[in-house]
Design a protein around this ligand. Structure first.
Ligand SMILES: Cc1cc2nc3c(=O)[nH]c(=O)nc-3n(C[C@H](O)[C@H](O)[C@H](O)COP(=O)(O)O)c2cc1C
Ligand SMILES: Nc1ncnc2c1ncn2[C@@H]1O[C@H](COP(=O)(O)OP(=O)(O)OP(=O)(O)O)[C@@H](O)[C@H]1O
Length: 173
C-alpha cells in the first residue's frame, strides 16, 4: 500500500472511496471491500481518499477513534493499493468543489463509491450530483448492526463515552 499527500497522485485508472473513515468501522469496511473487489475485477488500482484529522474532529472537536497510523493499518489489512491523506486544515477546507473534482480527475476514477450523504468542497458546496457529472458514482446502502441501527463513527464515539465498550468494539470489528 502506498500513501500520498493530496494533489500528488496520478493514475491512468482507479476505483475510489472517499471519506473520513474514522474507526474504519463495519460500514466503512463494506465500502472499502466494494472498492477493492471492483478494482481487482477491473485490474485497476484501488484508492481510499481520506482526511486527517477527520472533518468532524476539526469542526466539532469529536474524539478520534483511529489515529492516522491505525487507520492506515486497517486500510492495509483491507488490501487497498493507494491511500491519499489530505491534511484537513484551513487552507484545504477552503478549496472549492471544482478544485476537488480536478484533483480526482488526475486519478481517472472508473468508479467512485460513496455514501448517500457525501458532500465536499468549501461550505460543503458539492454533492453527489456534482460528482456524478464527472465520474461514474455508486452509492452503497448503509450497514446496520444486529439491532437494525446504522453504524457510524458518531454512534461509536457515543457508545465509548458511555462506557459501552463491548458494543462499540463489535461495530469496529
Ligand atoms: C475540498 C474539500 C473542502 C471541504 N470543506 C468543508 C467545509 O468548508 N466545511 C465542512 O463542513 N466540510 C468541508 N469538507 C468536508 C466534507 O463536508 C466531508 O466531511 C468530507 O468530504 C468527508 O466526507 P464524509 O463526511 O462523508 O466522510 C470539505 C471536503 C473537501 C474534500
Ligand atoms: N454504516 C455504513 N454503511 C455503509 N457505508 C457507510 C456507513 N457509514 C459510513 N459509510 C460510508 O463511508 C464513507 C465515509 O463515511 P464517514 O467517514 O462520514 O462515516 P460515518 O461513520 O458516517 O461518520 P460520522 O458519524 O463521523 O459522520 C462515506 O461514503 C459513508 O457514506
Amino acid at each position: 500500500m502506498r500513501i500520498h499527500m493530496a494533489d500528488t497522485l496520478n493514475l491512468p485508472a482507479s476505483v475510489v472511496a472517499i471519506g473520513a473513515f474514522d474507526g474504519v468501522h463495519r460500514g466503512h469496511q463494506k465500502v472499502i471491500k466494494e472498492v477493492v473487489t471492483k478494482s481487482k475485477a477491473l485490474g485497476v488500482p484501488s484508492v481510499v481518499y481520506t482526511f486527517d484529522p477527520p472533518p468532524r474532529s476539526y469542526f466539532e472537536g469529536a474524539s478520534i477513534l483511529t489515529p492516522i497510523q491505525e487507520k492506515l493499518r486497517r486500510l492495509f489489512e483491507l488490501q487497498v493499493d493507494h491511500v491519499v491523506v489530505a491534511k484537513f486544515n484551513a487552507a484545504y477546507l477552503a478549496r472549492s468543489a471544482a478544485d476537488f473534482i480536478l484533483e480526482l480527475s488526475r486519478i481517472h476514477p472508473v468508479e467512485v463509491i460513496v455514501g448517500k450523504d457525501f458532500r465536499f468542497g468549501r461550505g460543503r458546496e458539492g454533492g453527489l450530483v456534482d460528482l456524478a457529472e464527472h465520474f461514474p458514482v455508486r452509492v452503497i446502502d448503509s450497514v446496520c448492526c444486529s439491532r437494525g441501527e446504522v453504524i457510524s463513527s458518531t454512534r461509536i464515539r457515543r457508545l465509548i463515552s458511555r462506557g459501552e465498550m463491548v458494543e462499540a468494539l463489535s461495530l469496529l470489528d
